[in-house]
Design a protein around this ligand. Sequence first.
Ligand SMILES: Nc1ncnc2c1ncn2[C@@H]1O[C@H](COP(=O)(O)OP(=O)(O)OP(=O)(O)O)[C@@H](O)[C@H]1O
Ligand SMILES: [Mg+2]
Length: 208
Amino acid sequence: MATNITWHDGLTRRERNEARGQKGYTIWFTGLSASGKSTVATALEQHLLHLGVAAYRLDGDNVRFGLNKDLGFSEKDRNENIRRIAEVAKLFADSSTVALTSFISPYRADRELARELHAKSGQNGDDALEFIEVYVDIPIEVAEQRDPKGLYKKARAGEIKEFTGISAPYEAPEKPEITIKTHESSVEECVAQIVTYLQGKGLLAASK
Ligand SMILES: Nc1ncnc2c1ncn2[C@@H]1O[C@H](COP(=O)(O)OP(=O)(O)OP(=O)(O)O)[C@@H](O)[C@H]1O
Ligand SMILES: [Mg+2]
């Protein structure tokens, strides 16, 4: 733990938001591998960018190539993986960007920690950053049938240890802001569902 460190107050979030003409927040996707997190998050990112909204996606494997390349898939490393991602998402949101995260994030406690980090981010008269949990809910049989990366096959063959849904737990959210079912709705319908939610919360100008 670092000691002798002091927080330096700079611009307020409100000043940044006003200058950039938009508010940052975090949309946190969670769900089994192959549930469609990356697919829907990418389509949503594209949709937001076309609306002129600055958005940026932090995605599972990509983050493990760099920021988190020292981490594996044990419970401890998964905790640390999510903690760092939550901190980075918060920084993006604080910079008036819409942060989209697409990680399995199987543990409820980790997601709660991410939510709390955002909830505690109100300071200097700034409101706390919004945290929107999107549960990508599909039966594991469907995910296993899709298996775009061949990971379920490897997990069943015992080639991957601690694979979520097979040999490691997935703790479904209890109160997600949004639940999407990618086995019942198309990618476009899932994006529309999220966009409708954002509009309802005043997080997107309805006219845009
Ligand atoms: N409605 C839908 N929404 C999203 N993906 C869908 C849908 N219908 C079919 N798919 C397919 O399901 C697969 C989802 O894979 P994707 O990589 O997005 O999952 P993921 O949740 O990001 O998995 P991982 O945790 O392994 O990264 C893709 O092959 C996608 O084309
Ligand atoms: Mg993915």
